[in-house]
Design a protein around this ligand. Structure first.
Ligand code: ADP
Ligand code: MG
Length: 635
């Protein structure tokens, strides 16, 4: 090798390598899946390039992956005649982790092997999984684009922080990964063991995988079996080499779908559900779509790569084609294979193509249909816990499917004693009171704050169900959808809570009476609080609480959203609220009984501040509040 250079791994890689050995001990054979996947990817890429440059493959036109164990050398070699790597590519791709958010991911590591192995599985360790079974890995490669055999590459590492690499002479294109198998992992030198694992991981990929194994020759007729004869070895194809999605769905077993999913995603778990469809006619395509069981840790990172694998006429074209699904379905994995796009389609072309738009429409419908089906099973809870918040982006992002997505949403509600979102809008509408025309909801900072909210008191008494929400995205969502099934969404925090027909004559009369009786009291509060409040009113919604604050037209921002916006640098005007009083409450009566105006002012302030505190969980000036309280207590 000429000019061997020593390199340090990127810090993240070094950390990852350290974790690997301990974390994946229970499922060591996954290294085979990863290395076969990489070989098949490299072949797919070259296949794609060769469409326009057939010369690249002319001296070695039959793509294949070969696996050979050598018991004497204690090595296992996985080789392919795919794209290969240049020295610069090897240094970059085998020395760093390109995935965005790796550092973030590593922060999630707990040191608990069990938990970490799940994270690692999810992350997809790829090439580095070789170090689970090998104490040294040698990579030999020649890029299909190389000008001369002297641009061959040798890369080597023991997986302990550094690797060496340099140019070598190599005659044929493609990559050879030589694993120097650890003494404790000798099982991976046994061909029966390899055959078993390889079949599992490669049956569904379209490239032939060949295993070097002993050929058993039956003795010829009349001949004795020759015990001393040297065993004959040769490469034998062990997989079907038929791309899974091209087969008929009814012939494919669930295990095969699941294995293919793992090949596609490097996820260690089975998917939650999948849908395989072949569509003929004007727009011909096959899609194989999966819903994962677990969200990636960076689901909310907008730069996270997502999208489907695109094939045209069964030829791999690109990964992460995000054009085929809307962003709120970015958790969907899978592939689409179509005859309706040209083989030389680029990302830019995809963006503008009418075919893409049609496919996107069709695939979006497919996924929504898949979810509607899943929603009828217990697994939907798992789905909702993982991806519910992403799906909530749907009704706003995708107007044409708004109703379909709204039906898939789940909420907590006053009808259940549980923070687990289980109620669909259809459930809610189905249970509405006879004269009820609207869907009532409450956004708060947490489930606890929501269930205990004073805004619910009157509705509870009337037996009206209220949807409870406390996720960041809820306020934005509810601010952007007006109705479902012809029923308006109304926040119970609205300053004039419309109860419509739900309020009977009796209620109305009583409300007006209470208002008249307390005119003076309201006026006194207004005087005492001055500019601090926008208005003071007698409340119809309070039963057990002395007071609450509401904002004009219900556009009250939760404290959570306020903090979020302020943290992002937005300047928000101080919010001025309408203070609502419950004159039947002992505390309000006590305030009203104060004859000294200075004293009353303290009471008014106290009542206003505690309403704010109950609503928002914090106060601008807690010390002043405590002081007021102390003064009143020492009365
Ligand atoms: P991923 O496959 O998710 O990109 P890996 O860790 O499995 O991550 O591989 C890292 C990169 O190394 C690949 O993206 C590819 O560029 C390169 N690579 C790995 N194996 C091969 C191979 N057999 N042929 C060519 N390139 C390879
Ligand atoms: Mg890989």
């Amino acid at each position: 090798m000429s000019a061997v250079e020593q390199h340090g791994f990127q810090t993240e890689v070094a950390k990852l390598l350290n974790l690997l050995a301990n974390s994946l001990y229970s499922n060591k054979e996954v290294f085979l899946r990863e290395l076969i996947s990489n070989a098949s990817d490299a072949i797919d890429k070259l296949h794609f390039l060769s469409l326009t440059k057939p010369d690249l493959v002319k001296d070695d036109p039959v793509f294949k992956i070969r696996i050979r164990a050598d018991k004497d050398q204690h090595t296992l070699t996985i080789s392919d005649n795919g794209l290969g790597m240049t020295l610069a590519e090897a240094n970059e791709h085998l020395g760093t982790i390109a995935k965005s958010g790796t550092e973030d991911f590593l922060k999630h590591m707990t040191g608990d092997a069990q938990k970490d192995s799940q994270l690692i599985g999810q992350f997809g360790v790829g090439f580095y999984s070789a170090f689970i079974v090998a104490d040294k890995v040698t990579v030999l490669s020649l890029s299909a684009n190389a000008e001369s055999p002297d641009e061959g590459v040798q890369w080597e590492s023991t997986g302990e922080g550094t690797f060496s690499s340099g140019n070598i002479h190599r005659e044929h294109r493609g990559t050879e990964i030589i694993l120097h198998i650890k003494d404790s992992e000798s099982e991976f030198l046994d061909t029966w063991r390899l055959r078993q694992a390889i079949t599992k991981y490669s049956d569904h990929i379209s490239v032939p995988v060949e295993l070097y194994e002993e050929q058993y020759e039956a003795p010829k007729e009349g001949e004795e079996e020759n015990k001393d004869k040297q065993p004959k070895f040769d490469y034998v194809q062990v997989n079907d080499a038929k791309a899974l999605w091209t087969r008929a769905p009814q012939e494919i077993k669930p295990e095969e779908y699941n294995e293919f999913y793992k090949h596609l995603t490097s996820d260690y778990q089975d998917p939650l559900t999948y849908a395989h469809n072949k569509v003929e006619g004007e727009l011909e395509y096959t899609s194989l779509l999966y819903i994962p069981r677990q969200a990636p840790w960076d689901l909310f990172n907008r730069e996270q790569k997502h999208g489907l694998k695109l094939f045209v006429h069964r030829v791999f074209i690109m990964d992460d084609a995000e054009q085929f699904l809307p962003t709120y379905l970015r958790f969907v994995k899978g592939l689409v294979d179509t005859n309706a796009l040209p083989l030389n389609v680029s990302r830019e072309l995809l963006q503008e193509s009418a075919v893409t738009r049609k496919l996107k429409k069709a695939l979006t419908k497919r996924v929504l249909g898949m979810l509607a089906k899943l929603a009828k099973t217990d697994d939907y809870k798992i789905f909702w816990a993982q991806f519910g918040n992403v799906l909530k982006e749907g009704p706003v992002e995708d107007y044409s499917n708004r109703d379909a997505v709204l039906k898939l949403l789940r909420f907590a509600s006053t009808a259940n004693d549980s923070a687990e979102p289980q109620v669909s809008l259809e459930d809610y509408v189905g249970r509405m009171k006879e004269k009820q025309t609207a869907i009532y909801y409450l956004t708060a900072d947490s489930y606890e704050a929501a269930v205990k909210s004073p805004y619910l008191e009157q509705l509870k008494q009337k037996g009206i169900e209220v949807l409870l929400m406390w996720d960041r995205v809820d306020e934005w969502l509810m601010g952007n959808v007006n109705e479902f099934d012809g029923k308006k969404f109304i926040p119970v925090t609205a300053s004039d809570l419309e109860l419509g027909e739900l309020e009977n004559e009796e209620d109305k009369k009583q409300r007006e009476e209470t208002q008249n009786e307390n005119k003076d009291l309201v006026e006194r509060f207004k005087q005492a609080l001055g500019d601090k409040v926008q208005d003071v009113r007698v409340s119809a919604r309070l039963i057990d609480s002395p007071s609450c604050v509401v904002a004009e037209n219900g556009s009250r921002m939760t404290a959570q959203l306020r903090r979020l916006l302020e943290a992002s640098g937005q300047k928000l005007p101080d919010e001025r609220y309408i203070l609502e009083l419950n004159p039947k409450h002992a505390l309000i009566a006590k305030a009203a009984s104060q004859s000294d105006e200075e004293r009353f002012k303290l009471w008014a302030d106290f009542i206003y501040q505690q309403a704010l505190l109950a609503d928002q969980g914090t106060l601008k000036d807690p010390a002043a509040f405590v002081k007021t309280l102390d003064t009143l207590l020492l009365d």
